[in-house]
Design a protein around this ligand. Structure first.
Ligand SMILES: Cc1cc2nc3c(=O)[nH]c(=O)nc-3n(C[C@H](O)[C@H](O)[C@H](O)COP(=O)(O)O)c2cc1C
Length: 407
């Protein structure tokens, strides 16, 4: 079970590299896939080798790089079929207009196109080309054909093209391709514990407006919530991420709802609550907001300025009151007496789990990339999760919930 989040661990992935200027990014993609635990092999077209030599990919992947259909070094098998059969996920990145056309039409005239025609593995295509090539009706038709065949086609990014002007056609960043690969594998994998489950996750500190240019907020970065969204997605859930921040990349395959204030967050959570199975309140919701929001910027006039604050709705408590079948997870960010506050919160809010962290610790809490938490559940022993990345903490929290829910 604990490996279920780690979709790429030991996954046999072949990256097919074709001849676009974005080949340099494919080297980083290979590195990131390996870092995520995958066993990666690379095949390159002749054009791709005009940009980067196979040696780069050989060193990164620690495998020979396949380039030539007729370079049959091992007598016991045919190289391109052997690679095609070995592959559990094929990623074509960057995918040129040319290789897309070949794949759409079943052409097999070099190692890459022949192995791609021979492999039955799921295929993730990452087009990268000049905007006019992308918009050419032939390319549009070819990409539509690939989608029809069941291949996953990533949307090219918009930005500064190698031709020296802004346009659509850039290869997405390697991190996004790894994300897309994970999401694609989730769709292909049937027996994930959260398959068919709907999970709501809130993230970030709410912003309570004082006037059009000022607000009250807190130090929450939203990182824990985003890690939870990725982990829940990787476990097969349909995730809705309700977030106050737009600073972090939105996890691939997650429904994103941007909000600002506690009141907006409450509305967004309750719009989905009835149809949800698990709700994780990882956001730092402001306890108070200005009683009135000034319509215009408040001017500097008096020596003192008094702001009257009123309580916001306690979203977790309201969820606890209204919950039916839902499994409710809250967070307790404390600076002292963590255990007492967390246990009290568990009972008072009618939650199924409280994840407590001591935000005064150097390696835990707001804005950090790591966290250390203790998971409290009614009638169960606390679970201590020692310091690790927020992604890894998120996986542990979800595994604890899955265990309790017996999924
Ligand atoms: C400098 C340069 C950059 C290129 N960039 C791209 C590109 O980004 N996308 C693309 O589809 N073709 C690009 N091409 C054209 C392809 O390299 C060409 O169509 C080639 O035949 C593709 O071969 P392959 O698909 O076998 O790799 C580029 C060519 C050059 C000379």
């Amino acid at each position: 079970m604990s490996g279920a989040c780690k979709l790429l661990t030991n996954k046999r992935i072949t990256v097919y590299v074709t001849g676009g200027i974005a080949v340099y990014k494919a080297a980083d993609l290979v590195r990131k896939l390996i870092k995520a635990g995958a066993d990666v092999k690379v095949a390159m077209t002749a054009s791709a080798q005009e940009f980067v030599t196979p040696l780069t990919f050989q060193v990164l992947s620690k495998h020979d790089v396949s380039t030539d259909t007729f370079n049959e070094r091992e007598a016991q098998f045919v190289n391109h079929i052997h690679l095609a059969d070995w592959t559990e996920l094929a990623i074509v990145a960057p995918a040129t207009a040319n290789v897309i056309a070949k794949m759409a039409n079943g052409i097999a005239d070099d190692f890459v196109s022949t192995a791609l025609l021979a492999t039955t593995a799921p295929k993730l295509i990452v087009p990268a080309m000049n905007q006019h090539m992308l918009e050419n009706p032939a390319t549009v038709r070819n990409l539509a054909s690939l989608k029809e065949y069941g291949y996953e086609v990533m949307e090219p990014a918009t930005g500064f093209l190698a031709e020296g002007y802004e346009g659509k056609g850039r290869m997405p960043e390697p991190d996004q391709i790894v994300e897309a690969a994970q999401h694609f594998l989730v769709q292909q994998t049937k027996d994930l514990p959260l398959k068919g489950k709907s999970v709501i996750i809130t993230a970030g500190g709410t912003k309570e407006r004082i006037d059009p240019v000022r607000f009250i907020t807190n130090d929450s970065s939203g990182k824990m919530g985003y890690s939870l969204a990725k982990a829940a997605r990787n476990l097969g859930a349909q995730v809705t991420l309700i977030s106050t921040t737009n600073q972090l990349p939105i996890p691939f395959g997650v429904a994103f709802v941007p909000v600002q204030s506690a009141a907006e967050m409450e509305k967004a959570v309750f719009a989905k609550f009835n149809d949800s199975d698990i709700v994780i309140m990882a956001a730092a919701v402001s306890d108070y907001r200005p009683k009135t929001e000034a319509a215009y910027k408040i001017k500097k006039t008096n020596e003192d300025l008094t702001l009257i604050l009123e309580k916001t709705t306690d979203i977790l408590a309201r969820l606890g009151k209204e919950k039916k079948h839902q499994f409710l997870i809250g967070f307790a960010a404390e600076t002292n007496d963590v255990e007492t506050y967390a246990k009290d919160k568990l009972a008072r809010k009618n939650a199924n789990m409280i994840v407590a962290n001591d935000v005064s610790q150097a390696n835990a809490g707001f804005n950090k990339d790591t966290n250390e938490v203790i998971i409290y559940q009614p009638q169960l022993d606390p679970i201590h999760i020692s310091v690790r990345s927020k992604d890894a903490v998120a996986e542990e929290i979800l595994h604890a919930a899955i265990n309790t829910l017996n999924l």
